[in-house]
Design a protein around this ligand. Sequence first.
Ligand code: SAM
Length: 327
Amino acid sequence: MIYDNHGRPITYLRLAVTDRCNLRCFYCMPEVGVKYLHKSKLLTYEEMLRTVSVLSELGVSKVRITGGEPFVRHNMIDFMYQLSEIEGITELNITTNGILTGQYIRQMKEMGIRSVNLSLDTLDKKRFFEIARRDEFDKVYETLFQLLDAGFEVKVNAVVMDGQNTQDIIPLTELTKDHKVSIRFIEEMPFNGEGSHYPKLNWNSTRILAEIRSKYPDLQKLVDAPNSTSYNYQIPNYQGNIGIIAAFSRTFCGTCNRIRLTATGDLKTCLYDDGVLNIRDLLRNGISDEELKNTFINVFKQRPKDGFEAERNRKSIITESMTTIGG
Ligand code: SAM
């Protein structure tokens, strides 16, 4: 197990496998003018597998595949099988928008995936179109129930956007009544490809919680898992639960065990940093596994304390899109 300079173990990799997406969500990407990277700039599957193997020898045991939309990359499911077979990787999960996901449910079960994060910001078809700028609500909603029926632990990620979907907080919460699903409300961050949408975040975790409590005064706090990014709650006698993720307020950095690898191979030791080094270039310049291991050990010893320090250390302000980072 490897620890960073603040005594936090590094055990979890979020791996962005593509920068491409089949939605254009307001909080993530501009509606038009998105410039995708040339394939040669992306890590190949072989490069990703090698990097994950090296990281697993350092103690990384959990990998979440993300993007962009993972399933838009060609042969993704074969890559996932290979990833699931790496020794030391005991937990493999995926974050997906659900559009292409349904057809791979059997294979995902077969390779041992237990948990799926599904992005769904509203239960209203028209609002879905306004937010995601693609008419895909029915498909995503169907995938949600396919995943639940197949026995996956499903966490629905809903970004709370001022003036866009705050009226969905209660209907989404109500889904936990009859379904064993986690609905996770995420503070909107400025990773939308354009820069901050608001001078001040009006819908922070405190306000989201207050909104839920106003309708469900007997909301109960659950014990959060170690390293959890969400503060978790349950309504008595409801089957599912609610999570609130203070992604912008950054209140969970003290237990952060996560690193990120972008689709172009930038290693991020904090979501808010601007990339500490590029793994693709090191691999293509012939670095050995031993040297790569030592490189990781070195950068893990220079991790910022929290997302605020990481943001202060950036060379430029945040204008990148979450689709290039991997949420
Ligand atoms: N395409 C997949 C999906 O839609 O779930 C995976 C990639 S997406 C970038 C991963 C997660 O990042 C999604 O759950 C999305 O809600 C979240 N996300 C994207 N932009 C965000 C932002 N500006 N603020 C907060 N969360 C964001």
